[in-house]
Design a protein around this ligand. Structure first.
Ligand code: ADP
Ligand code: MG
Length: 499
């Protein structure tokens, strides 16, 4: 190739013209192309020169000038008005601009057309709008979730207290129903929170994937069966599960995630089909694949499948299933991939780091607790305070409460307490600052932080300040379990102090 500075002026401009990545054409006033650069020739003319062709023909396969010709708008308005068109020959978006060239008598002599491929920049723009939308949505919903969690904490707490006191079967049944509904509400709120939050829940269970998957297939059995009895179609699960693959995790969350994936696969096979579930270990990773022979997903669906509220099922869908899957797998330090094509089935591929050592499952026995403590509870919501106090004093603990964190701090300076349970967001001084002050007064006081926010406390936030985190709404089993863990920690530090 010749260097432009060795060329004549004409050839130099030709060289530059041909090296533009945008398509450039010059047309006469009758829309006939009189010049075209290499890019235009390659894209629109399959490598042949476009000279002599009509611009409307090569750009849009129109036999006459286009109704939305950007030249007209540009001439009428006096400024260059770009036109964005989707070209289904290439599946790409192009931006067209026309620059009129006028004669001495101010008549249109000819014009230049530039065509730029803007598919990539459009995608980036859409992604960033999408990110902004999700951030806003996340902020709104986490605020709502926080308030709901406070409400549900009181409902759930009061119901559980009443259940302990009542022996009337009618009341007990009603209380059970209220409790179940409140728990249901809590799980809905959690779904919304889980999308954006790496949960503070510790992954301390060694989960056998084979067991979990077999359980989930059983749990979802009614849906497989309904498909075959109602629609007369057969959906067949095929399991290829390795015996001893363990990951560190939370079995109820994993059950939830796998259930969502299986439900989606069943929905995607309205005429029957096969869902194969396979697990295998490769190096330090465990792979779980859910492969269905269903309707598959379009490119657009694949792109949005993890968005909360994205559904293609109209009123039948909530659009929360896959966003929940995403959140749960991410919290398990895993990755979720989608392999799908419209009409050709879907494979949901999940990759987990394998558990190096199996960790003892929290046993029901651990929940039983024997120690009683002197506990200070601080929350600006009086109902929550009262509910916790009633429950904990019922278990034999000595309870002090305060809605004002500053007063509480003054009390803690004067008297000894084993445990402080504090809310996170409070007027005046927040839970973390309070915890820091408490630890500086007496580092042996165990601080339990309770919160209705989707907590995202990183290690350094927690370090030396917070010993345990309880997310609202909590069941009394969870509190009891946490207290027994606190007991173990206190006993260990007592042994250390006395040896
Ligand atoms: P919902 O099931 O309520 O629609 P999800 O978040 O579970 O919400 O799924 C979102 C969308 O992803 C579904 O509406 C569907 O279009 C698509 N999808 C998920 N799984 C599959 C699958 N296995 N096959 C085809 N499409 C799927
Ligand atoms: Mg779903």
């Amino acid at each position: 190739m010749n260097r432009p500075d060795f060329l004549s002026a004409d050839a130099k401009y030709r060289f530059i013209f041909d090296h533009f990545i945008d398509l450039i054409m010059v047309c006469d006033a009758g829309f006939t192309i009189i010049e075209s650069n290499e890019a235009a020739n390659i894209v629109l003319g399959k490598g042949e020169s476009l000279i002599g062709e009509k611009c409307h023909q090569v750009l849009r396969q129109n036999n006459r000038p286009c109704v939305d010709c950007p030249l007209r708008d540009t001439v009428n308005s006096g400024t260059v008005i770009p036109l964005v068109k989707y070209d289904n020959r290439f599946n790409e978006y192009f931006e067209e601009r026309c620059f009129p060239i006028l004669s001495e008598t101010e008549e249109l002599d000819s014009f230049i057309i530039t065509v730029k491929n803007i598919t990539k920049s459009r995608e980036l723009e859409e992604k960033s709008t999408q990110m902004k939308k999700l951030t806003a949505l996340g902020q709104i919903s986490s605020g709502v979730a926080h308030d709901f969690n406070n409400v549900l904490t009181v409902v759930l707490g009061r119901v559980q207290l009443m259940k302990r006191l009542s022996s009337d079967p009618y009341f007990l049944k009603s209380l059970d129903m209220i409790e179940k509904s409140a728990l249901d509400g809590a799980s809905k709120v959690r779904k919304i929170q889980e999308f954006s939050r790496p949960s503070s829940k510790t992954l301390n269970e060694s989960v056998n994937l084979k067991n979990i998957i077999e359980e989930v297939v059983e749990i979802t059995r009614p849906k497989w069966d309904a498909a075959s009895t109602i629609k007369g179609i057969l959906i067949e699960p095929i399991l290829e599960l390795n015996d001893d693959l363990f990951i560190l995790g939370d079995s109820s969350d994993l059950r939830n995630a796998f259930t969502n994936i299986i439900f989606n696969a069943i929905d995607a096979m309205p005429n029957g089909g096969i869902l194969s579930i396979k697990t295998e270990q490769m190096d330090n990773y465990i792979h779980v694949n859910f492969k269905d022979t269903g309707i598959g997903m379009t490119e657009e669906t694949i792109e949005r499948v993890f968005d909360p509220f994205f559904t293609t099922k109209g009123v039948l869908g909530s659009g929360l299933g896959m966003s929940e899957v995403y959140g749960i797998i991410k919290r398990h330090n895993g990755k979720t991939y989608i392999q799908s094509e419209a009409g050709n089935g879907t494979t949901i591929k999940i990759r987990f780091p394998s558990a190096k050592q199996s960790v003892e499952k929290i046993s029901a026995a651990a929940v039983a607790q024997t120690n009683t403590f002197s506990i200070y509870i601080i929350d600006d919501e009086e109902y929550i305070l009262e509910t916790l106090r009633d429950f904990l004093s019922d278990l034999g603990h000595t309870i002090h409460t305060n809605t004002d964190p500053r007063q509480a701090l003054a009390d803690i300076k004067k008297n000894t307490f084993d445990i402080v349970i504090t809310d996170l967001g409070m007027p005046g001084i927040n839970g973390l600052e309070l915890a820091e002050n408490i630890k500086s007064i007496n580092p042996r006081i165990q601080v339990i932080l309770i919160s209705g926010w989707a907590l995202n406390l990183n290690e350094s936030d927690l370090e030396n300040r917070i010993d345990f985190v309880l997310n609202k709404p909590f069941s009394f089993e969870k509190i009891t379990f946490t207290l027994s863990e606190v007991g173990k920690k206190l006993a260990a530090s007592n042994r250390k102090a006395s040896s």
